[in-house]
Ligand binder design. Structure first.
Ligand code: ADP
Ligand code: ZN
Length: 669
């Protein structure tokens, strides 16, 4: 290349595209993509990342500014990660500088030196690091085949490890990781939540006496930087993290694992709305290494990818060890009237399992005392002032709370309209805890939900009491379904399975099936048979019938056929344009002009649906609406979006709303 080089820099700013700069005056280091540069930006300076170098710029001469300094002696980000960031920025239509901000620890974004490696909170890498610390079990035939398939992969290959709960998926990951350790390579493991699964980390630590890096949102800046650096310089041989850990640089990448790949937490729900699961597929391909997606309830997208042969399906149909599958029973709440949410057959089952020294888990995915507080006189329902939502009664605290915006106030004594009595309707975990305490006064009980586990260390303390069998009655929300292994649990009771049965979202049925299978899977994981009881008002619902009789696989086949008929993903590709403002007309005039814009340039195979109000139209005092773009193929949507997005930024109506683009939305609200 001749003449002055132009630097293409990603700068954290809400603008699509890279920024052009002239090279800095005195360069201490040779310029290479992946290095950080300090650049003038507006009236101040920012730290950006050099993404590329080119010969000329479209910025008029004289307007081009000069970078101030190069901050790194060598590229901070490896090529695969830089390309991942560029690709993700284009795919999700999100500014590259903000995408970069999601990938870099704060200290590095601020221009600090990457620390030379300091101590990691793990045993040192000894010469004996390849020897296992605990004795691994003999693999089952199914596990053996799965491990062999992954280990035999030369280059990129995506495996869907489709294994029932307790079938030993984690054991498969551990063996594949061992193989990579033996080859001197690193493994990156994504998990939905780390705070909730101390057991999983324990299992990794016991198995592998090697330095590990753990990355999650609860880390202090310094801890995060150290873990990131250890992954980048190869010190950490295993990296375990939540969603954003997909952006961790690896010196010797060998294997990617996404545990519970169906989990909704892999999709970021604000700002840069990426899917870590989908990015893992892209990154593994770029790195030329195998990827294992594991789940007992794979996302329908993944099931379809396996059926079409894009992913290789590895099946673990049997539970590991001696545990069998739990047996499920439906309780018809039309014939068995519940009292405080509990029917007689469920109470009898609880009594039976407690008497046989079993442990009991009761699941209700609703915290608080009661979801509705209604006046017996005039029927007024206590609602949130800022949302289209009811206030949830938290009786112990004497408050009503909105679970959508966090509004919280003293619970009213009587009806604010007519001063008649207020009645708490429906069940939350707090109320259920009281009901269970009345029925089983002698039993120690642990309730695990967001309200009881706010304090640091509280979840560990509660789980410990469950594991040591100090508490035999266990009650909680979704928090309990995230990968916990409760060897003593023999009975799972699902208080209200109907919550998800008639959801409005195209993913409602899938989510319900996943929750049901995951909760039921907590029963009978050791050597005792498990039982599951579900209370429902709709025992003939086809979804429940298929799930109970034939399992998740049969459900997935049925649900995929329904999606195909309705033209929902994976049979189409979606992008959702969301908008919100304090005044409703502003939202709709923007969305209508956006829809008109889209319709003028609509390619074949792309449809515009809406605008429509969001399912919960008012939230946190703002009105919300949306426009849905539905394409027959991903490629059609991807070709359309860049120009559409650029045109949106030029609309006069866009200035007074907050809007965002969600590519592959996981929920339509
Ligand atoms: P999953 O991740 O599929 O839920 P885990 O890997 O946690 O399953 O295994 C469930 C239980 O079975 C664990 O207690 C684990 O130690 C045990 N286990 C896994 N594989 C084997 C095996 N091959 N033989 C005996 N026990 C096993
Ligand atoms: Zn609210």
């Amino acid at each position: 290349m001749e003449g002055a080089q132009i630097l293409e820099v990603a700068v954290a700013a809400p603008l699509m595209g890279l920024f052009d700069y002239l090279p800095p005056p005195a360069m201490a280091f040779e310029l290479l993509p992946g290095m950080r540069v300090r650049v003038p930006f507006g009236k101040g300076t920012r730290v950006g990342l050099l993404m590329g170098l080119k010969a000329g710029s479209t910025v008029p001469e004289g307007k081009l500014r000069q970078a101030l300094a190069v901050l790194d002696a060598e590229p901070l980000l490896p090529g695969d990660l830089r390309r991942l960031l560029s690709w993700a920025s284009a795919y999700y239509q999100h500014p590259p500088g903000e995408v970069l901000a999601a990938a870099l620890p704060k200290a590095l974004r601020e221009g600090r030196e990457p620390t030379r490696r300091r101590k990691l909170k793990t045993p040192p890498a000894a010469a004996a690091e390849l020897a296992s610390a605990d004795v691994p079990p003999v693999l089952t035939n199914e596990q053996g085949r799965a491990v062999a398939a992954v280990n035999a992969a030369a280059g990129f290959r995506c495996f869907l490890l489709d294994g029932v709960t307790g079938s030993g998926k984690t054991e498969v990951y551990l063996r594949c990781i061992q193989e990579r350790l033996n080859a001197g390579q690193q493994s990156l493991v994504l998990v939905p939540e780390i705070g909730l699964t101390p057991q999983l980390l324990e299992r990794f630590r016991r198995r592998f006496p090697v330095p590990m890096a753990v990355l999650h949102s609860g880390l202090a800046d310094g801890e995060r930087l150290r873990a990131w650096t250890a992954a980048r310089d190869g010190t950490a041989r295993i990296v375990i993290g939540t969603r954003s850990a997909i952006f961790t640089p690896l010196k010797h990448p060998g294997l990617l694992v996404v545990d519970e790949e169906h989990d909704a937490s892999y999709k970021q729900q604000d700002g840069f709305r990426y899917s870590a699961r989908d990015l893992a597929v892209w990154r593994a391909r770029e790195l030329g290494i195998p990827l294992v997606l594991g789940s007992a309830t794979p996302a329908l997208e993944s099931v379809e990818n396996a059926q079409s042969g894009r992913y290789e399906r590895l099946v673990l149909a049997e539970r590991a060890g001696t545990a069998g599958q739990p047996t499920a029973h439906l309780i018809d709440m039309r014939t068995h009237q519940p009292r405080d949410g509990l029917t007689q057959p469920l109470l009898a089952a609880i009594r039976r399992h407690l008497a046989a020294d079993g442990q009991v888990l009761i699941f209700l995915n609703r915290r608080g005392y009661a979801p509705t507080l209604v006046c017996v006189g005039c029927g007024t329902v206590i609602s949130c002032d800022r949302c289209d939502a009811r206030m949830v009664l938290h009786q112990q605290r004497g408050r009503v709370t909105c679970h959508h915006c966090g509004s919280d106030r003293a619970a009213p004594e009587d009806c604010p309209a007519c001063h008649a009595e207020l009645r708490a309707v429906g069940q939350g975990t707090e109320r259920l805890e009281q009901a269970l305490a009345r029925e089983f006064p002698a039993q120690a009980m642990e309730r695990i939900d967001r309200d009881t586990t706010r304090r640091r260390g509280e979840i560990e303390r509660r789980l410990e009491r469950v594991h040591s069998l100090k508490a035999r009655l266990l009650l909680g929300t979704q928090m309990l379904t995230k990968g916990h292994d409760f060897p003593g649990v023999t009975l799972v009771g699902i208080v209200d399975v109907d919550q998800g049965l008639f959801g409005t979202d195209f993913r409602s049925a899938e989510r319900l099936a996943q929750t049901f299978i995951q909760v039921a899977g907590r029963a009978g994981r050791a050597d005792r048979p498990g039982e599951v009881y579900l209370q429902t008002l709709f025992p003939d619902h086809p979804l429940l019938r298929v799930l109970l009789a034939d399992g998740y696989g049969a459900f997935a086949t049925l649900a995929l056929a329904e999606r195909q008929q309705a033209g929902w993903p994976p049979w189409s590709s979606l992008a959702l344009l969301r908008a919100e403002a304090t005044e409703r007309p502003l939202v709709f005039s923007f969305l209508e002009s956006a829809a008109a814009l889209a319709r003028t340039a609509l390619p074949p195979g792309l449809r515009v649906l809406g605008p429509a109000p969001a399912p919960m139209e008012r939230r946190s005092g703002r009105y919300r609406g949306q426009l849905l773009l539905q394409a027959d193929a991903r490629r059609v949507l991807q070709r359309f979006l860049p120009d559409f997005r650029a045109a949106l930024t030029a609309l006069p109506t866009q200035r007074r709303v907050r809007w965002s683009m969600d590519v592959d939305p996981s929920e339509l609200f």
